[in-house]
Design a binder for this molecule. Structure first.
Ligand code: 5GP
Ligand code: ZN
Length: 117
């Protein structure tokens, strides 16, 4: 038997913790945020455990591009175009990253202010 992984998003990807999935393929999974900050709040996550955007290597450029295309597809599927939407990835403590598994937040369905607090 394999040991359960301690990473929350690895556990969601493994199906150990339930989540509302909106997209799934061999490399990327997208699911609704459990504590949504907008009418649409979806997390786009690579299956591979990467800590944050800061850790993406040049060799992982195809995965990075894949994540962006999935975010684009989620926004389209959720009906966020043409009103607009926001793509966020928090990196480290100052940015408020709470889960150390790279994820893109797709937020939309309301107007948002800038700059963030
Ligand atoms: P971060 O703060 O790292 O940028 O984003 C982590 C996000 O994960 C937060 O928006 C938080 O609400 C979400 N989150 C934390 N735990 C869970 C969970 O168990 N399930 C889901 N679907 N989202 C979670
Ligand atoms: Zn992980």
């Amino acid at each position: 038997m394999t040991e359960p992984t301690p990473c929350l998003f690895c556990r969601i990807i493994a199906g150990e913790i339930p989540a509302t999935l909106v997209y799934i393929d061999e490399e990327v999974v997208a699911f609704r945020d459990v504590n949504p900050q907008a009418p649409v709040h979806v997390l786009v996550v690579p299956r591979e455990h990467v800590r944050s955007v800061a850790d993406i290597t040049p060799e992982q450029s195809p995965l990075w591009a894949r994540l962006l295309h999935v975010a684009q597809k989620v926004a389209q599927d959720e009906g966020l175009d043409p009103d607009g939407w926001r793509l966020v990835s928090n990196v480290g403590p100052n940015a408020g990253q709470t889960v150390d598994h790279l994820h893109l937040h797709v937020l939309g369905g309301r107007s948002m202010s800038w700059p963030p607090g």
